[in-house]
Ligand binder design. Structure first.
Ligand SMILES: *Cc1c(COP(=O)(O)O)cnc(C)c1O
Length: 392
């Protein structure tokens, strides 16, 4: 009995800290309830409002809201015309969806390596991977920090390539004083609960290009040029499917949640920045815990707080010890070309992207989300120190 009580107390005192999670307030709940009470559950007025709000936030003209970040990547690949025989350069260090979207279109993802200190797409590796079949580059703003878009834009322009940003980590970030959303031809966001704002599932592509936007609006609705609401407004039942699309629509109540969350995005990012600052300060003297380098021209949105372990701290042991103590560390990511599907389908092997592969062995993502309080941050720092003290 005594030990059960103690066990219960321990659990209560030390709740599991996930690496990321949503923050939902009563205002969000009220916004969703209002949408549920309205006439529109799926594509209604809130979808367009949400698209415009995100586009305005980024300082671009168009937003195309879809059912996930993955659907947004797929829509972007379709809009820029990726098809069989086309190659698209993607970083090895990303979530599999970045490359999967190329494969959905019948294209071939070609993996480029990343820089050792930031784990961002290395422009020199991109150059080496360009062939006569290359059509586009997808940059991934790993952990929330924008890539070197100046270099990537120069490479894209010189070679007649499209530049797409997978900004699922970097909503609200900046580079050279320019907002993410304005740095590529198309910029993709995810609204999964671990991302900066959530709609449950959801995603968006923002672009300055009206032709690309129109193509993506069709793509999310079966390739049909008008939606149900537009037809109702002009009093017609007629529609034409002009190309092959999908049902990638987001709902009106998800868009209501997205708009409510967007109001709090600056505060969410500010809280993430403060947590990251506390970690960086705590680890600054440690040779064993090395945070990612920050490029001076960027303002990160801090989706992840990634450290590279050194000095005799082994990742597997660190992962196990921290998880046992309720610290929900994670590993982002196994380099995509090492997944069995990519090895088998495209004949890829270890050794293709040595920097990403070496980083994979030593990276750990620490808990960071806007609802974390200072005590929770201090607890993570304490457990990281214990890890260093125990290593001998
Ligand atoms: C989250 C994420 C995606 C996919 O987003 P979903 O909304 O989960 O489909 C794609 N790329 C990166 C880099 C991501 O982090």
């Amino acid at each position: 009995m005594a030990s059960m009580t103690q066990h219960a107390n321990t659990i209560q005192a030390l709740p599991f800290l996930p690496y990321g999670r949503q923050v939902i307030g009563e205002d969000d709940i009220a916004a969703v309830v209002a949408a549920l009470r309205s006439a529109w559950l799926t594509t209604g007025p809130r979808v367009n409002e949400f698209e415009q709000a995100v586009a305005d936030f980024c300082g671009v003209r168009h937003g195309v809201a879809v059912s996930s970040g993955t659907a947004a990547l797929h829509a972007a690949m379709a809009a820029i015309g990726i098809g069989p025989g086309d190659e698209v350069i993607v970083p090895a260090m990303t979530f599999a969806a970045t490359a999967n979207a190329v494969v959905y279109q019948g294209g071939t993802p070609v993996f480029a390596d990343v820089e050792a200190d930031t784990l961002l797409l290395d422009p020199n590796s991109v150059k080496e991977q360009i062939s006569a079949r290359t059509k586009a580059i997808v940059a991934v703003d790993y952990a929330g920090q924008p890539c070197d878009y100046k270099a990537l834009r120069a490479i894209a322009d010189r070679n007649g390539l499209r530049l797409v940003a997978d900004a699922c980590h970097s909503l609200g970030a900046e580079s050279d004083g320019k907002k993410v959303g304005t740095l590529a031809d198309c910029t993709v966001f995810s609204f999964h609960p671990v991302k900066h704002i959530t709609t449950g599932e959801g995603g968006m592509v923002v672009t300055e290009d009206a032709v690309l936007a129109a193509s993506m609006w069709r793509f999310r609705n079966h390739g049909i040029a008008t939606d149900h609401r537009q037809r109702e407004a002009i009093g017609t039942w007629q529609y034409e499917m002009v190309e092959l699309g999908y049902n990638y629509r987001i709902t009106d109540f998800q868009s209501a949640l997205g708009m409510s969350q967007l109001l709090k995005l600056p505060a969410f990012i500010e809280r993430r920045r403060r947590i990251a600052g506390q970690y960086s300060e705590a680890f600054s003297g440690s040779p064993a815990i090395r945070p990612l380098a920050i490029r001076p021209e960027t303002v990160s949105a801090w989706h992840l707080y990634v450290v590279q372990l050194a000095g005799g701290i082994f990742r597997e042991k660190a992962f196990r010890q921290l998880r046992e103590r309720g610290i929900g560390v994670n590993v982002h990511y196994l380099p995509v070309h090492l997944h069995p599907f990519y090895q088998e389908r495209f004949g890829l092997r270890p050794g293709l992207c040595p920097v990403a592969e070496a980083a994979y062995e030593v990276i750990l993502s620490l808990p960071i989300w806007p609802g974390m309080d200072d005590d929770q941050v201090a607890r993570v720092v304490r457990e990281m120190s214990a890890l260093c003290d125990n290593r001998l």
